[in-house]
Write a protein that binds this ligand. Structure first.
Ligand code: UDP
Length: 324
């Protein structure tokens, strides 16, 4: 049985990928420092080990204990606003932490990695939908850390033969179909959980950041991709590492505006959402949409969730019974 190490496997996308790998016959080792991750999110079928990217001995211990064939690397700080306020934290953990992980991998002759990258590496869109050849000019330290890591992979491939696939996610959304795991950030900043919590009365309202964008209803359009479709893409990527290294966009290519999300959430829950219209949030482009042709071709990936109501339904089911 092939053993995959999932760094950051207690986080949102990581935990869904762990479950998907286990459901598809892989053995999984989860390593996480549990700063933002949730121990309850880790499937009990996986081995769990407490490790931190900044603690080299803890990384070596993982590779000494288990015979790892490939690594999927989710472990990163991912709050854009915080990365602006405290870039040192982001460069240290995300970039130096990844160098530490790559070092441990090389010492143990593991040369395959699938990595969580982001559409934030593109920065302000010059055209939509964006393909992988779109210029990369990230506008915040978070996006810059992810871009630096993509470049490091290219150099490591040339020098050391590292096989790598960086998956550039658009907006991850939803929860597992069985509602056993889902999205839980502290603090929560993402639109869909905030809308669902406003509907439940757990928040006063949802603040819509800007209504004067150049879009049909004036609110921002994003490409929401279901977390289980992301999980599937990670497994397919692991299976392609022998024949492909590079970057792939993961989105549906379908856009939904903030107002459409609120309407869909009201339909799914059958309840009204209290809304407050406020100023734009700095750094938000009007539209972000993926061209996902390359991921479809290279991975044979076909996202299952193409209707935003189905995505929100899974998120709503999770909100009603969330465990963490
Ligand atoms: N958004 C909003 N109110 C919120 C949170 C987000 O209007 O409280 C908008 C945000 O401006 C963006 C979209 O919802 O257009 C998705 O934002 P999110 O933070 O979920 O993801 P991002 O696109 O920033 O990665």
């Amino acid at each position: 049985m092939t053993t995959i190490l999932v760094m950051g496997g207690a986080g949102y996308i990581g935990s869904h990928t762990v479950k998907h790998l286990l459901d598809n016959g892989y053995a999984v080792v989860v390593a996480d420092n549990l700063i933002y991750g949730h121990r309850e999110a880790v499937d009990p079928r996986a081995a769990f080990i407490h490790a931190d990217l900044m603690d080299k001995a803890s990384l070596d211990a993982v590779f000494e204990k288990y015979r790892i064939e490939a690594v999927i690397h989710f472990a990163a700080f991912a709050a854009v606003g915080e990365s602006v306020a405290d870039p040192e934290k982001y460069y240290r953990n995300n970039v130096i932490g990844t160098l530490n992980l790559l070092n441990a991998m090389r010492s143990h002759h593991v040369l395959k990695i699938v990595f969580s990258s982001t559409c934030a590496t593109y920065g302000e869109p010059q055209y939509v939908p964006m393909d992988e050849a779109h210029p990369q000019n990230p506008i915040n330290p978070y996006g810059r850390t992810k871009l630096m890591i993509e470049r490091i992979f290219d150099d490591y491939e040339r020098a050391y033969g590292l096989k790598h696939i960086a998956l550039r996610y658009f907006n991850a959304a939803g929860a597992s179909a069985d509602s056993s795991i889902g999205e839980s950030h502290q603090p929560e900043t993402h639109l869909i959980p905030l809308v669902l919590q406003a509907i439940q009365g757990k928040r006063d309202s949802i603040k819509v950041f800007g209504t004067d964008y150049d879009t049909p209803d004036g609110t921002c359009i994003r490409d929401y991709i279901h977390v289980e479709d992301l999980a599937l893409a990670h497994r397919l990527a692991v299976e392609k590492l022998d024949i492909y290294s590079g970057c792939l966009n993961l989105g549906t290519g379908i856009g939904n505006s903030v107002k459409e999300i609120i309407t869909a959430a009201e339909q799914v829950s059958g309840r009204p959402c209290p809304v407050e219209y406020t100023e734009r949030r700095p750094g938000d482009p009007a539209r972000l949409l993926a061209n996902n042709t390359k991921a479809r071709e290279i991975l044979g990936w076909n996202p299952k969730y193409t209707d935003i109501r189905d995505i929100i339904q899974t998120a709503w089911n999770w909100e009603l019974k969330r465990r963490y």
